[in-house]
Design a protein around this ligand. Structure first.
Ligand code: URP
Ligand code: ZN
Ligand code: ZN
Length: 471
């Protein structure tokens, strides 16, 4: 099957030009001006951006958490992602405490099998890392299973938290094998102490979720992560960075040439603390960790994205329905399942807030929503760019079309949208996943199960130039 995309404006992290793209099967065959070739399908992309499919390296589909399970499974979540212009996700498998890492990977493969609408990879959340059982499993995942990234938590004591020795051990093993440690960097032990104090004083409202998780607890976690990684000789990637103080730690490290990388998420760029003060229990919709911060942090994060101190915008998509899941914490904010939806809205939000509002270039938009994640997580150049030989994961994006975000029209399996009523300029119209059109005229026309598992290669290979240049 050959598909010709004609007359589009092709934008990658580095290029911006008008040309046609010939797709042969699953990959890009040829790019050129006014290609005069036969094709089975022709897509006219006049006045549209033609960009690499988005890569969201932080989702939690079908994940048991906080006494319930995230509301999107691998089918609903990946279809919603596709609607929004994301063609690859990297989701998190979880090793339950004291159990096998390999078994956890098998469990997550089973959750995804036959369901995914787009390609996907896995990070592994490590909660236990005994030198005899789990370290060999971690090596096996990197060498044989294509899992090169591992998330460790400084938060959630007793549930997911890994102590410093475990983090250091994981970083050392990852460092030796071309892997990468992703850190949830919040001092959860101190936070638990503050939470206990608040509850003892009868403070149960959702806003106390934010008031008990100070920005310094995050900055301390980021600082410790960087120091531990430096001692272990490994790069480190901070997930869901939310505030200026934490960003400052990343910036200082990068200025010293230390291979520290970080992502932020749309919730920290567009939402703020005041959302917790909404009437009644509404604030529970925004209970996620780290919490929403005061509004002034947003501009600092945009500057971080512009200056490449932050490399990626992921979503941390972890949806729980307001009606029957967030209510678990009706009388106690600490029991509200942590997480929010967003996988469908990321590309439009970042385009609108970034490019339309003049904060970043269109190339940087592509870089932070696709290319950087491909490079950092070992998918480039198969994913994250438009070039001959790359997978034909392509989004035809209308930069002038407006859309009002709403739970009424979104495709995520959750009964609210964090960005309800926001108008954005810049909308995904057509999506190809490895050469197949999966979104057309606002409808999903693909087949669940067509998404492929992506075995990833060494991530440090991709990071080397960035490490060498200190940026
Ligand atoms: O609140 C959040 N972020 N939930 C998902 C789990 C995590 O920490 O990423
Ligand atoms: Zn986290
Ligand atoms: Zn997360």
């Amino acid at each position: 099957m050959k598909t010709l995309i004609k007359n589009g404006r092709i934008v990658t992290a580095v290029d911006d030009y008008h040309a046609d793209i010939l797709i042969d099967g699953e990959t890009i065959d040829m790019i050129g001006k006014k290609l005069d070739v036969q094709a089975d399908k022709i897509i006219d992309a006049t006045d549209r951006l033609v960009i690499p499919g988005g890569i969201d390296p932080h989702t939690h589909l079908d994940m048991p958490f906080g006494g319930t399970v995230s509301a999107d499974d691998f089918q609903t979540g990946t279809i919603a992602a596709a609607h929004g212009g994301t063609t690859t996700i990297i989701d998190f498998a979880i090793q339950a405490k004291g159990t096998s890492i390999q078994k956890a990977l098998e469990t997550w493969h089973a959750k995804a099998a036959g369901k995914t609408a787009i390609d996907y990879g896995f990070h592994m959340i490590v909660t236990d890392l005994s030198p005899t059982d789990h370290v060999p499993e971690m090596r096996h995942l990197m060498e044989r299973e294509g899992v090169l990234s591992f998330k460790l938590f400084m938060a959630y004591p007793g549930v997911l938290l890994a102590d410093d020795a475990t983090i250091f051990r994981a970083m050392s093993v990852a460092g030796e094998h071309g892997g990468l440690i992703c850190m949830h960097a919040e001092n959860g032990v101190v936070i638990n102490e503050i939470v206990a104090r608040a509850l003892a004083e009868g403070k149960t409202h959702p806003k106390y979720h934010s008031l008990t998780r100070p920005t310094l607890a995050e900055a301390e976690g980021v600082n410790r992560s960087i120091m531990l990684a430096e001692m272990a000789g490994s790069p480190v990637y901070i997930v869901h960075l939310s505030c200026s103080e934490a960003l400052q730690k990343i910036k200082e490290a990068r200025d010293e040439g230390i291979p520290a990388f970080a992502e932020t998420c749309p919730q920290y760029l567009f939402l703020d603390y005041t959302y917790y003060e909404r009437e009644g229990f509404e604030g529970a919709k925004y209970v996620m960790t780290p919490p929403l911060r005061e509004k002034w942090h947003q501009e600092k994060l945009w500057t971080g994205l512009r200056m490449n101190d932050l490399q990626v915008v992921s979503t941390d998509h972890c949806p729980f329905c307001f009606k029957d899941q967030k209510q678990l914490g009706k009388d106690d904010f600490s029991k509200i399942p942590n997480g929010g939806p967003g996988v469908e809205n990321r590309m439009s939000l970042v385009y609108n807030g970034g490019v339309v509002q003049g904060r970043i270039s269109v190339n940087r938009f592509v870089e932070i929503t696709s290319t950087s994640a491909a490079r950092i997580f070992g998918l480039f150049p198969r994913k994250g760019t438009i070039a001959p030989g790359s997978d034909a994961d392509i989004v035809i994006f209308n930069p002038n079309k407006k859309m009002t975000i709403s739970a009424e029209t979104h495709h995520m399996n959750v009964d609210y949208n964090c960005y309800e009523g926001m108008e954005v300029t810049g909308v995904t119209e057509t999506v190809l996943s490895r050469g197949k059109v999966i979104i057309e005229n606002g409808s999903y026309v693909g087949k669940p199960g067509d998404g492929k598992y992506l075995k990833r290669s060494s991530v440090q290979e991709a990071l080397r130039p960035a490490v060498a240049s200190g940026r």
